[in-house]
Design a protein around this ligand. Sequence first.
Ligand code: HEM
Length: 151
Amino acid sequence: MDTTDLVLAIIHHLLVFSLAGIIGAEFVLIRGDLPAATLKRLVGIDRHYGIIAALIIIVGIGRILYGLKGWEFYVYTWVFWAKMAAFAVVGLLSIIPTIRFLSWNRQAVASPGFQVPAAELASVRSYVRTEALIFLLIPVFAAAMARGYGY
Ligand code: HEM
């Protein structure tokens, strides 16, 4: 038994579920109208995205280096790299929504009657939807990777 591996696995799971929660919350919040209070909430939720994603990378690298199986178990499999690529794509897709949330919130604070432009909202909805769909691939790759697939 290895406590380091266990602790890293627990933190990794808590962080990835938190990120799933954040994406889920954004997915639901942007479906409705976006009054100023909701925009503020979206900015608050979205701020945690970057922090949690950075922690996932740190803890993930920790699992590779200090986990029970050793780094060689992972880095030679395409499944591991597919998981990394999916994670990177999800992160890249989140950039436009983040920029929009900040800009909408700024405009709502400056002019109380501000309405989110319909075209911008539609594009943010499709970014977040795509993010959520690609996110689903990550645990699929993770489960296969953990079981030694992909050599
Ligand atoms: C949101 C992104 C991520 C999600 C949803 C995720 C999900 C998971 C899940 C569900 C497992 C458990 C697999 C199993 O035991 O069946 C796992 C394991 C693991 N993940 Fe992640 N992960 C993410 C990001 C990362 C990153 C960025 C890294 C590396 C830099 C990483 C490295 C690992 C490692 C090394 C394991 C251990 C696999 C094993 O038990 O052999 N993960 N991940």
